[in-house]
Design a protein around this ligand. Sequence first.
Ligand code: URA
Ligand code: SF4
Length: 235
Amino acid sequence: MRVERTRRLRGSGTKASSRAHSTTAADLIPASPSLAALQMAARKCKACDLWRNATQAVFGEGRTPARVMFVGEQPGDSEDKTGHPFVGPAGKLLDEVLVEVGIDRADVFVTNVVKHFKWVAAQRGKRRIHKKPRQSEIEACRPWLEAELQVVRPEVLVCLGASAAQALLGKDFRVTRERGILMKSHLALYIMATTHPASVLRAPDSEAREQQRREFVRDLRKVADLIHAGSASAA
Ligand code: URA
Ligand code: SF4
């Protein structure tokens, strides 16, 4: 069982990333791990280069198992400093919307497709600007996400933004076209992609921001309805 799983996870890394980094993330994953064991193991991960400029690995947090698992792109500046996912402005917005649609924060698990903060220095000042992770980095980190899925066993898996959606639903998936649709999945009973709360916050003006926020609320309300109807666990 263990051998089989390791082989499958290794197979999901790209050749380039496993050549460059002799210890893959899959090599660090203990057999039948608890969330705490995974969190601890991920601190040692150097399976791609993202650990070099980050303060620490930011692992997923929340209930295990959890009915809903949210997957973002990567930790941001506040997450990198504190070591906890979704604690910065995007996390605050997510929390707010969860309250609004009636999903209990205690019922969810939140994580990211890559566990280290990727950034570039702002041209002026000390700000660290988020940089999108590459496909090879997402692949290198995938064993951690798969291990999280195994301990969280969510009924609904929610991809926040394009990086998460493309990592979990395929490169051709377009959030703009296919957002808010609950689909059956082998990863959870249902999977849905929606916008990333950070992109709501980046909207150019308050009108656009309100509009995007409403759409985000509408998508998450579908998740709330599903878990409240109990249909997710009965399906
Ligand atoms: N954005 C993400 O995708 N993840 C976080 O944890 C915070 C911001
Ligand atoms: Fe390991 Fe993921 Fe960090 Fe890369 S981003 S070093 S794969 S934990």
